[in-house]
Design a protein around this ligand. Sequence first.
Ligand SMILES: Cc1cc2nc3c(=O)[nH]c(=O)nc-3n(C[C@H](O)[C@H](O)[C@H](O)COP(=O)(O)OP(=O)(O)OC[C@H]3O[C@@H](n4cnc5c(N)ncnc54)[C@H](O)[C@@H]3O)c2cc1C
Length: 246
Amino acid sequence: MTDSPADDLQPGFRSDVTVELVKHTASDADVLFAARVSTVGEQSLDELGKDPERSKGLINYLMRDRHGSPFEHNSMTFFISAPIFVFREFMRHRVGWSYNEESGRYRELQPVFYVPGESRKLVQQGRPGKYVFVEGTPEQQKLVNHTMEQSYLQAYEAYQEMLAAGVAREVARAVLPVGLFSSMYATCNARSLMHFLGLRTQHELAKVPSFPQREIEMVGEKMEAEWAALMPLTYAAFNANGRVAP
Ligand SMILES: Cc1cc2nc3c(=O)[nH]c(=O)nc-3n(C[C@H](O)[C@H](O)[C@H](O)COP(=O)(O)OP(=O)(O)OC[C@H]3O[C@@H](n4cnc5c(N)ncnc54)[C@H](O)[C@@H]3O)c2cc1C
């Protein structure tokens, strides 16, 4: 499998997603100064380095009692490459998120397509609202890979044919599938990210379980790892309080 198209627009097939933290101003101190304005006003900035145990306790208290706004005074910008069907789900998250995505009107879309990796469970069992995913057979895996790749190639060829005939990109793109990779910048704060993670990841510590599609969860897991390193106290409090956004 190739990761990206060659210069001559050879199709690429990918089973992973990319998440890169490109910009941030986010630390546990951002939560503390915002929260302490309640009690010490503008002196809250002077208190930041004092008494780490109290700081940890304060963050945990804010999380537990769902005092959410102190978790908004920070910012993280991610560059994400994922299939369009992931972005459709992603952009349902409206509050505390800003998005900019590559345009299918202004640029020719590159032939990079999603195929499930070997660890992706292929078969759904059970009734709606109460189902599990189980491994596919080797035959199913082969069928999925082959069918998807053929279908992608056919769609991309049709796209190219229309572009070559002078049809506008915004018209020709209609034939491209949701398995096509796209890219976007997504900016959020810790509070909106926690809400996203509560819904789009599965975790043993989650008080309220969610059942996200695996591919958006793969994006969520990578964002979570970046955020955990930036705001360790906030991250620990999120987990300790059942992964419910405050
Ligand atoms: C497992 C799963 C399955 C899903 N399946 C479907 C599906 O089949 N079809 C579908 O259409 N969507 C589906 N969704 C999307 C889901 O309905 C939400 O749109 C998405 O999870 C974003 O959540 P949100 O609205 O809480 O987030 P945000 O838009 O970020 O909003 C954050 C919070 O702000 C408040 N808020 C935002 N807007 C309003 C408003 N207009 N009025 C009142 N309060 C508001 C709410 O408290 C909300 O929780 C699914 C989501 C998940 C996680």
